[in-house]
Design a protein around this ligand. Structure first.
Ligand code: R2B
Ligand code: URA
Length: 297
């Protein structure tokens, strides 16, 4: 782990009992007894929708002798479930929302692992989501190798001073390969490649079906072809921040597995039926679960 990138001043005061950490958006605090049952957490699985996280948790529980599913009581912001070593958490849509979930979860993992950096680094993280495909038919699963922003540059934020902090937003290649290998022979179409994470579903994804009309519309195909030529296989809204924050602390095992709902080279609107969308998102869950079973029996 990158020790100097961890906020020891605050997190160690929580461990020492000098401060109580309120994981406000998750709806628990570090003094909540419910956390005692989660010390063995080995993986954190995230996705946009709370209903999907609940479904995944129950599926994992059913595979593990109907293990107890712990539900955090607060569900206004994120839905959180824990069962058999895996924490399932929804993160909402977009990097501002998902960054709140990720930072509270990093604090929580530090607390649960009592600051032991070897144990912390062993935790596997993944986002399972939806995306627009670039040159891929709907229903293809993309395992991300690197997540960039709409200008094909890495994730960055105002750094609190007068500049930007640039993060590293690659995904560990051995985890990508492990996920692909675990799914060989499954019949599910899988591609590994770059992902673009945007701050807007319409304008930054160069859609022509938004309410607001900007000059960007003329450049739509130019942008999409540029992504295609640069190895981008899909477009979503959280991956660059996720990889950036996890790399910053030095996590070694994390991944993003997204299904595509539409081929953006052919159109903007998602015309897949609810049944198709369900089938496609089930596929991304299947792909991740096959890998998860190899690391958590
Ligand atoms: C994929 O789908 C959502 C937008 O429809 C967003 O959260 C994302 O990354
Ligand atoms: N999610 C996105 O962010 N973009 C799409 O095109 C589809 C799902």
């Amino acid at each position: 782990m990158h020790d100097e990138h961890i906020n020891h001043e605050f997190l160690d005061a929580v461990l020492a009992g000098e401060e109580v950490d309120a994981y406000y958006h998750l709806g628990v605090t570090s003094s909540d007894p419910v956390l005692e049952g989660m010390r063995n957490v080995r993986a954190i699985i995230m996705g946009g929708s709370g209903a999907r996280m609940d479904e995944f948790a129950h599926r994992w529980s059913a595979e593990h002798g109907d293990s107890d599913v712990i539900a955090f009581p607060k569900e206004e912001r994120f839905t959180t479930r824990y069962t058999s070593g895996v924490l399932f958490v929804s993160h909402g849509m977009g990097m501002p929302s998902a960054s709140i979930a990720v930072q509270e979860l990093m604090r929580l993992v530090y607390f649960l692992k009592r600051g032991d950096q070897t144990a912390i680094a062993d935790v596997f993280w993944a986002r399972v989501g939806t995306s627009g495909g670039v040159g891929l038919p709907a229903g293809t699963i993309v395992v991300t190798t690197e997540a960039l922003m709409a200008d094909l540059k890495p994730y960055r934020l105002l750094d609190g001073g007068d500049g930007l902090h640039w993060f590293e937003s690659t995904f560990p290649r051995d985890t990508v390969d492990g996920i692909v290998a675990a799914n060989e022979g499954s019949g599910i179409p899988i591609a590994a490649g770059r992902t673009v994470a945007t701050d807007e579903f319409f304008i930054e994804q160069f859609r022509l079906d938004g309410a607001i009309r900007l000059a960007h519309s003329a450049r739509k195909m130019e942008w999409l072809r540029w992504l295609d030529e640069n190895g981008v296989r899909n477009i979503e809204m959280e991956g660059a921040m996720l990889a950036a924050y996890l790399n910053y602390w030095g996590f070694r095992r994390f991944a993003m597995v997204c299904t595509t709902l539409v081929n953006r080279l052919e159109g903007d609107q998602v015309h897949a039926t609810p049944a198709e969308i369900h089938e496609y998102t089930e596929r991304s869950g299947d792909v991740l679960f096959r890998y998860l079973r190899t690391i958590i029996p």
